[in-house]
Design a protein around this ligand. Structure first.
Ligand SMILES: *Cc1c(COP(=O)(O)O)cnc(C)c1O
Length: 362
């Protein structure tokens, strides 16, 4: 071998591919491939972003002080135990880099978010997938996979791409079964969409356990994916570790300003949630009526079963021809499904109409 060689594991990573945003030959499309908030960003967040333009020569506040204070106020959390990141992806990656290394294992659920195994490979660790039951995290199966090498457990709750969640009691049982030196990362990217009285985003556990962190994002209900903004809340010791490891100016100034404004625009977030509360059950019922298999979802997307991979691929091609972009989920071992973001009324109705034509023709 000649030339520089990367550390072990890195070359086994298949780079993450984001949702498609164009269809050849289509000038306008409906992008339903990345679970971006249906109503887009708050107008107040857009105004704050624009206002930040005249100060772009200034370095951002490296500690995201005002943003952490705003998050703390909004959720009733101690800002000292919050770290902001360039998307929750950055924080999920830093947590793995900090607590997992070569020879270690990172445990996740079989259809869990793809970045978890990729982050594990990036540090030379082994991703270990626990089987699911009915497209849901199975706590007993997870606990059965814990070994001496397990260092980090990643739980997306709700999970992407399945849309399922596990209850507050199940999360607690998972935590109770883990050795205290294992870090449990609860990724609650879709928490704002969930209205179930047996669900808890992770605030409670991350607030009192020394080995639990909760990650959140502004990319979904707040519609700020393009700005890259997320945050984590956890024990002081973990917060200290991540603050040492992160880049000093990891969150740009426009993102900080827009994030503060987005949190303050409660009406916009409520409207986004209401849109989802109406159109998620509607689309789910319509697709079930067509004979498709929408899986129960508490997020802002539906995982839809087509019975066979060839049929899911044909449905994907059919929707693309209608200018609709769903997400193929082969990478999650779900090649016979498509994931479809809940958009606006016009978008979900276009999805229903397109799939009705597809079903009628096949
Ligand atoms: C979208 C998503 C993220 C990433 O969010 P960013 O803050 O944009 O990096 C993390 N976890 C899950 C489960 C997601 O679906």
């Amino acid at each position: 071998m000649t030339g520089p060689q990367p550390r072990p594991g890195i070359m086994s990573i298949a780079p993450y591919v984001g949702g498609k945003d164009t269809v050849e030959g289509k000038a306008t499309v409906m992008k339903l491939s990345s679970n971006e908030g249906a109503l887009g960003p708050s107008p107040k967040a857009m105004a704050a972003y624009t206002k930040a333009a005249s100060e772009l020569h200034r370095y951002p506040d490296g500690g995201s002080e005002k943003l952490r204070a705003a998050i703390g106020r909004h959720y009733g959390l101690d800002p000292a135990r919050i770290v902001c990141g360039a998307g929750s992806d950055e924080l999920l990656n830093l947590l793995v880099r900090a607590y997992c290394g070569q020879g270690d294992e990172l445990l996740y659920s079989a259809h869990g978010f793809l970045m978890y195994p990729l982050n594990a490979k990036g540090v030379g660790a082994t991703p270990v997938a626990a089987p699911e039951t009915d497209y849901r995290t199975d706590v007993d199966a997870m606990l059965a996979k814990v070994s001496d090498k397990t260092k980090v457990v990643c739980l997306a709750n709700p999970n992407n791409p399945t849309g399922s969640y596990i209850t507050k009691d199940e999360v607690r049982r998972l935590h109770d079964g883990l050795p205290r030196h294992v870090l449990l990362v609860i990724d609650a990217a879709y928490a704002e969409y969930v209205s179930r009285n047996d669900y808890e985003a992770g605030v409670e556990l991350a607030g009192k356990a020394e080995n639990v962190v909760m990650c959140r994002t502004f990319s979904k209900i707040y519609g700020l994916g393009g700005l890259r903004l997320g945050w984590m809340y956890g024990p002081a010791a973990v917060v200290d570790v991540i603050n040492r490891l992160r880049q000093p100016f990891n969150v740009n100034s426009a993102a900080q300003a827009a994030g503060i404004a987005a949190l303050a625009d409660v009406a916009h977030a409520d409207a986004s949630r209401t849109n989802n509360d109406i159109w998620l059950p509607w689309l789910s019922a319509e697709l079930a009526r067509l004979g498709l298999q929408p899986r129960p979802s508490v997020g802002n997307f539906l995982l839809v079963g087509f019975g066979a991979q060839a049929r899911a691929e044909a449905a994907n091609a059919h929707m693309m021809q209608d200018g609709l972009i769903p997400r193929m989920v082969h990478a999650y071992g779900l090649g016979d499904h498509l994931r479809i973001t809940i958009g606006t009324e016009a978008e979900v109705k276009a999805v229903r109409d397109s799939l009705a034509r597809f079903v009628a023709a096949t």
